[in-house]
Write a protein that binds this ligand. Structure first.
Ligand SMILES: [Zn+2]
Length: 209
């Protein structure tokens, strides 16, 4: 439904703008903690609304999928703590190099591997997960990229992405993926689910026997 897409796109844009503005208003003793919290929630919100746009979420299933996508978008930053080998926020923010899950080479390879596995095993949920991971992780990298560029080891990094381009890419990405999935006729249902639906349709006299 076009109205759902417009609504979620507006929420996505607002999340980007608000999430990037709010940290500058925070100061005081717990400034770092609040900035990290806002940053993490913004990554989550961007991934949440990106998925909501993609599936044009209209029911609880769409909501839960969007929530999982949001959590995947936030989970990436856990690599700061893994690389620092500490739960200290200060240690996590003081890394000399970017932690491993911020490598776009790695996350893209993981997404492709997941998608091919789902395709080979004919498991719709694995294909769905691969697209979900791609949207959550790429939107995270693009947002971080507005500060530090995209990181493609071993090739190197791009320059920082201009703010307007980051916002535009973030808002367009779910629409482009939606278009590609429809064009390539990728669906997330397994063959068994198709058979089951076909059987039910026949039983309910929707399809001619
Ligand atoms: Zn990050």
């Amino acid at each position: 439904m076009i109205c759902h897409v417009i609504l979620y796109e507006a929420a996505l844009l607002l999340t980007c703008l608000l999430g990037d503005f709010l940290p500058s208003t925070v100061s005081g003793n717990h400034g770092n903690l609040w900035r990290a919290l806002i940053d993490s929630l913004t990554h989550g919100g961007v991934a949440f609304f990106s998925w909501a746009v993609l599936v044009q979420a209209r029911n609880m299933r769409g909501f839960w999928e969007s929530l999982i996508c949001g959590l995947l978008g936030m989970a990436i930053d856990s690599d700061h703590f893994i690389a620092a080998r500490s739960l200290s926020l200060q240690a996590a923010l003081s890394l000399r190099s970017r932690p491993f899950l911020h490598s776009s080479t790695l996350t893209l390879a993981l997404c492709v591997l997941l998608f091919l596995t789902g395709h080979a095993l004919n498991k719709g949920w694995i294909k769905l997960l691969s697209v979900m991971c791609f949207l959550a992780w790429t939107s995270h990298h693009v947002r971080d990229g507005s500060r530090r560029g995209l990181w493609f080891p071993p090739l190197g990094s791009t320059p920082a992405i201009p703010y307007s381009i980051y916002v535009t890419v973030t808002c367009l990405m779910p629409l482009v993926i939606m278009f590609l999935l429809q064009t390539c006729r990728v669906d997330f249902m397994s063959l068994n689910a198709h058979r089951q639906l076909f059987k039910e349709a026949r039983l309910n006299n929707i399809l001619p026997v």
